[in-house]
Design a binder for this molecule. Sequence first.
Ligand code: ZN
Length: 352
Amino acid sequence: MRKLIVLTASCFLIASAGAFDAGQPPPKPANIKSIHPPNPSVPGSASSKEGKEGKPAAGAKAAAGKPAKLSAREQEEQAEAELSAKIAERLAAMRANQAARAAAAAKAKKDAAARAAKLAAMPPPRANGTHWAYEGEFGPANWSKINSDWAKCGTGNRQSPIDIRDGMKVDLEQINFDYRPSAFSVQDNGHTVQVTVGGGNFLSVQNRMYELQQFHFHRPSEERINGKGFEMVIHLVHKDAEGRLAVLALLLERGKPQPAIQTVWNHLPLEKRDIANPSVVLDPNDLLPQRRDYFTYMGSLTTPPCTEGVLWLVMKEPVQASPAQMALFSRLYPLNARPIQAGSGRMIKESN
Ligand SMILES: [Zn+2]
């Protein structure tokens, strides 16, 4: 530490002397003179400085009168030279340190950039959320981002529901219903009221036999017919032996009470996600309209994961339900319908 102070002081002195050399008047000439006494035996050093200072005579006189002091001055000169060498050495070391630090900082910056580039090149982490809703942050526009397995909700071009229009009127084969009174369970699953139906209920169409799995409700209707929406819709979800899905949509309009819907409402569990297993049976035939004309197109599930390849069968004739029956559902789910999806040039067929 003491050495450093000496070095720093020397630096200051050298700087001062430099300024003095450059012709600026020193603040305290007397001090400078005492530390750097004139030395005529070393031409071009102290004596030349003294010359510039304009007092060569006094220095010359002192040197001439005391020859013994020359060796002391020489020692002093030597010490000064050594000091200068030390300062130069120290400055070089400082510069080297500075260069090393700058190099280290540049390397760290380069490494950070390389890490960032590596991260950017990696695939994004898989989303695995399970919570979805019909509005807000977890609403339909964001379903595809909540879970990586729900990508189709955002990128699919065979999504449901759609506005059913410009159907090709053809002689569509009749849907063959083979429904029977069945055991059932009822659950409010947080998205809708869902009724799971016991096995043995089938519909057949296009040479395939699909078994009814469950039916559930949406308000308002998800699908539209030529732009017209309905107050509610029932979706009856069927599956064939190979796992292919067919959904039968029954549009609901205000009218007389619907007995099968009433049976479901009667057995609603008090708590969400609780499952009621009533001791009565429910006949899905009671839900069907009289006329069996329908629209058909290929679409998807209307809830995550929005799986495509679903055969949609939308009955043309709406089914009636009473205002009280509809009001009851609206207290639970005022809105649980996915918005209309792009038709993307899909073929729609309808019964003549
Ligand atoms: Zn549905």
